[in-house]
Ligand binder design. Structure first.
Ligand SMILES: Nc1ncnc2c1ncn2[C@@H]1O[C@H](COP(=O)(O)OP(=O)(O)OP(=O)(O)O)[C@@H](O)[C@H]1O
Length: 238
């Protein structure tokens, strides 16, 4: 459903992405891994429209999105989270989702919002102030809930497990599996925690210095010499 065709992104003299060709299928969960600075977040930015591509194409269900602004891509079905949770201050949890739904879907759908609140475990906090009352795990759940409220066909999750302790991670992974099953949305997960990637993702893609160096089932990909080499001297944290 999403196709990246020889995508290139440059920051001055730095090739943050070079010739990246990658597809994700309807309803799939794909893991995106690679050392720090490999270009993972830049790839999300190229898909969601936050950075300009210097070359290549980005297509969603055959439609060329390469030169579309962010809000148009959101309307077409690209939802994303950011590494640092960004709740809208002064609004309740539910109001945060209403705003996200308006941005992405254009119309209010309370039944969908209720399902999102239930599956992300936020229903009991729906009427509380989002920014001031939520602990980190719930702020991260809200980040996912906001992205889901935009009604995405493809959900981009950028290190949503970072900063959570082991039990919190496991709960979060179970929550992600539940929402994937319920909404049937395709998901790309950026995550440094390889155990989490193995649990969540039947397929993984590896970036190194802006290039896609491997893709396939995690157990095979993680044994490839080029993948092992790219992590040498770069700790896989988390
Ligand atoms: N706005 C920007 N301006 C200049 N350089 C940038 C910008 N954004 C990213 N870069 C550079 O592009 C490269 C890729 O960065 P990116 O954040 O995509 O990597 P990453 O794989 O997501 O890293 P991490 O795992 O640390 O989050 C890095 O060298 C980074 O310093």
């Amino acid at each position: 459903m999403l196709e990246l065709d020889r995508v290139r992104v440059r920051f001055g003299g730095l090739a943050a992405l070079e010739g990246v060709t990658l597809s994700i299928h309807k309803g799939e969960i794909l893991g995106l891994i690679g050392p720090n600075g490999a270009g993972k977040t830049t790839l999300f930015n190229a898909i969601s429209g936050l950075v300009r591509t210097a070359d290549g194409k980005v297509r969603l269900q055959g439609q060329d999105m390469t030169h579309m602004p962010m809000h148009q891509r959101a309307r077409l079905g690209i939802g994303r989270t950011f590494q640092a949770p960004q709740p809208l201050h002064g609004l309740t949890v539910r109001e945060n989702l209403v705003v996200a739904q308006h941005y992405g879907a254009g119309e209010r759908n309370d039944a969908r919002l209720d399902a999102i609140l239930r599956i992300t475990g936020l229903a009991a906090k729906a009427d509380q102030d989002a920014a001031s009352s939520l602990p980190l795990a719930e702020l991260k759940a809200l980040e996912v809930a906001k992205a889901l409220a935009t009604n995405p066909r493809l959900l981009l999750l950028d290190e949503v497990l970072a900063g959570l302790e082991t039990a919190g991670r496991l709960r979060f992974i179970t929550m992600l599996q539940g929402l994937h099953q319920h909404f049937g949305v395709a998901i790309i997960v950026i995550e440094h925690d390889i155990a989490a990637i193995r649990t969540l993702c039947p397929r993984v893609a590896v970036l190194d210095s802006g290039r896609l160096i491997a893709q396939g089932p995690p157990d095979l990909v993680l044994r490839e010499p080029a993948v092992i080499a790219c992590y040498t001297g770069n700790a896989v944290h988390g």
